[in-house]
Design a protein around this ligand. Structure first.
Ligand code: PGA
Length: 258
């Protein structure tokens, strides 16, 4: 793996699998330092390798070795489709349970999901923000990135804010269709931690893989900072952010690519 600094942000470029292990180790280090850390997690294809690496690490634990338990760790989902109940296999709470939580010793009372079934979306957003405050803020936030530069469900062009409800961009609805049996089933609204919620984390890790993310990564690190590329605001948190990229996702950065 190679390390660079771009716009003050630590950037690590490597092979897909070594990136998964590096992000796994970052998360484990947070828990080693602070067993009751507050961690925020994304869904999507990109984090799957990291979750598999966390699960296999946990399951290989040697009882004699002081490897971190997740028993005190507080885990939050950053977004959820509005009105998809937690028992729907397409919901993000289902995703996190099946990819990560159910394989670890996390305690159900330490898990938090934006409430897609709240009386109103505004209620759900207020409750989530209050919960984050009561937990003392986020210790670590792990992020993917969308092809339009979105982080969580903060779509390009929306004003920055804290947790809010959004109408999904057509490009996101289209990208998410692969998980549903018909286009009509793809939800069009979602609850999401806002840019300012995410930037409030004490440590931020973004992982991007593949050529489809290369332009969004170029904008994030070297384009103008602004709502046209929500991930570009990570540069405001440069001192505590690391962006992990495979060669394809890095290919539009200065000096990278062929
Ligand atoms: P992906 O999604 O990891 O499935 O590419 C990332 C995102 O849209 O935030």
């Amino acid at each position: 793996m190679r390390e660079l600094q771009i716009s003050g942000v630590r950037v690590v470029i490597g092979e897909a699998e070594e990136l998964d292990f590096a992000v796994r180790d970052t998360i484990l280090d947070v828990i080693r330092r602070k067993p009751d850390a507050v961690l925020m997690f994304p869904t999507g294809s990109t984090p799957e390798g990291v979750y598999a690496a966390l699960v296999s690490h946990f399951r290989r634990r040697d009882p004699g070795r002081p490897e971190p338990s997740w028993a005190e760790t507080r885990c939050l989902n950053m977004d959820e489709y509005w009105r998809l109940p937690p028992w729907d296999p397409q919901s993000y709470s289902w995703y996190m349970r099946t990819h990560l939580y159910e394989w670890l010793d996390v305690q159900p009372g330490n898990l938090y999901f934006p409430d897609a079934m709240a009386p109103t979306p505004e209620d759900a957003c207020d409750t989530m923000e209050r919960h984050i405050r009561e937990l003392g803020g986020l210790d670590h936030c792990f992020l993917g990135i969308g092809v339009d530069g979105h982080i969580a469900f903060n779509e390009a062009g929306l004003p920055r804010s804290r947790t809010h409800v959004i109408d999904l961009a057509p490009s996101t609805i289209q990208a998410n269709q692969r998980f549903f049996s018909s286009p009509d089933e793809v939800p069009t609204r979602a609850l999401t931690a806002g840019i300012d919620t995410l930037l409030g984390a004490k440590q931020i890790t973004l992982l991007a893989k593949g050529e489809g993310k290369a332009e969004a990564i170029r904008q994030t690190l070297t384009g103008e900072m602004g709502v046209h590329c929500p991930a570009s605001f990570l540069r405001e948190a440069a001192d505590r952010s690391t962006i992990y990229l495979d060669a394809a996702a890095a290919s539009q950065l200065p000096g990278e690519g062929s």
